[in-house]
Design a protein around this ligand. Structure first.
Ligand code: F6P
Length: 324
């Protein structure tokens, strides 16, 4: 391996810049070249690549988003698109690819590897934390802190007005953000995609809260909550059944994806980036790097894509106990 391409793909996440920086500097350290692909796989098809050296990634460690930009490329799903991408890949003298992203991005990398024998390594980057083979994905820790900070602020106004707030957080398929930020922010109830707690239980719990002397409440709801109701329907339901509650909704939205990465995400990005380059130099391919029990590990990309990162259900019990 003498010239590596690095790209960010799929939804952005804080820490992606720090990971690109780590890859670039590990390349420089090992005397190999590095190019950045703009806008994920689409940039490979459009031949939008930039040479990266040590100094070109200065002042990026603290920046949210991704300076390489990102996209979900439809063209790369077609054989013609991938053919074009490979032509550009070769024309640029590249011989390996590091993809920073989630499931979809890794699937793209696996197909690229299968069709053209390009060595590919994946670095997990998504705020959802829903990737098998790593306890933490890049951006998750930062997003948790962002959400907790936002809910703390909502609590200030909720308690001043004796109100009940439904706060929607990201996570179409996974409740990692909802469950952990919910516990961290002291939520009364947490609704996640993995388990249907049922709306009756919610009402019962709110009634108990009221009886125990709580004057305001925060209910954290993941986008993909299993009751399937969504925050606005939940609000209507509670207002109808518990008219004594003054209910408001707050959808945190994409602010959860932005911001300067936490120290945890920066260090993780550094470790994963260096490991990804090490693996390529050792002749390895088709792996995703991850962190498990504070060790940097690697598993098959296929496994990372196919298997499910389960949530720790014991946290639901802890959340219940803490909100008594
Ligand atoms: O996968 C990250 C994520 O932010 C999810 O939590 C959310 O459901 C989705 O992306 C939103 O996607 P988009 O930015 O395309 O609207």
């Amino acid at each position: 391996v003498t010239k590596i391409a690095v790209m960010t793909s799929g939804g952005d996440a804080p820490g992606m810049n720090a990971a690109v920086r780590a890859v670039v500097r590990a390349c420089v350290f090992n005397n190999i070249e590095c190019m950045g692909v703009l806008r994920g796989y689409q940039g490979l098809i459009d031949n939008e690549l930039i040479p990266l050296d040590s100094r070109s990634v200065r002042n990026t460690i603290s920046r949210g988003g991704t300076f390489l930009q990102t996209a979900r490329s439809a063209a790369f799903r077609t054989p013609e698109g991938r053919e074009q991408a490979y032509k550009n890949f070769k024309a640029n003298g590249l011989d390996a690819l590091i993809v920073i992203g989630g499931d979809g991005s890794f699937t793209g990398g696996m197909i690229f590897n299968k069709e053209f024998k390009v060595p590919v390594i994946g670095i997990p980057g998504t705020i959802d934390n829903d990737i098998y083979g790593t306890q933490f994905t890049l951006g998750y820790d930062t997003a948790l802190n962002t959400v907790v900070e936002a809910i703390d602020k909502i609590r200030d106004t909720a308690s001043s007005h004796n109100r009940l707030f439904f706060v929607e957080v990201m996570g179409r398929d996974a409740g990692f953000i909802a469950l952990n930020a919910g516990i961290g922010a002291g939520a009364e109830e947490i609704l996640i995609p993995e388990e249907n707690l049922g709306i009756e239980r919610l009402v019962e719990s709110l009634e108990n809260s009221k009886k125990s002397g709580k004057t305001s409440s925060i209910v954290v709801v993941a986008e993909g909550d299993k009751t399937g109701k969504g925050v606005f329907e939940l609000k209507d339901y509670v207002e109808k059944n518990m008219p004594e509650y003054d209910v408001r909704v707050s959808v945190l939205g994409h602010m959860q994806r932005g911001g300067s990465p936490s120290c945890f995400d920066r260090v993780l990005a550094g470790r994963l980036g260096v490991k990804a380059v090490d693996l390529l130099l050792g002749g390895q391919s088709n792996l995703m790097v991850g962190i498990n029990n504070n060790e940097i590990t690697a598993i098959n990309l296929e496994k990372a894509v196919k298997l499910h990162h389960d949530i720790n259900m014991d946290l639901l019990r802890v959340a219940d106990i803490l909100s008594i």
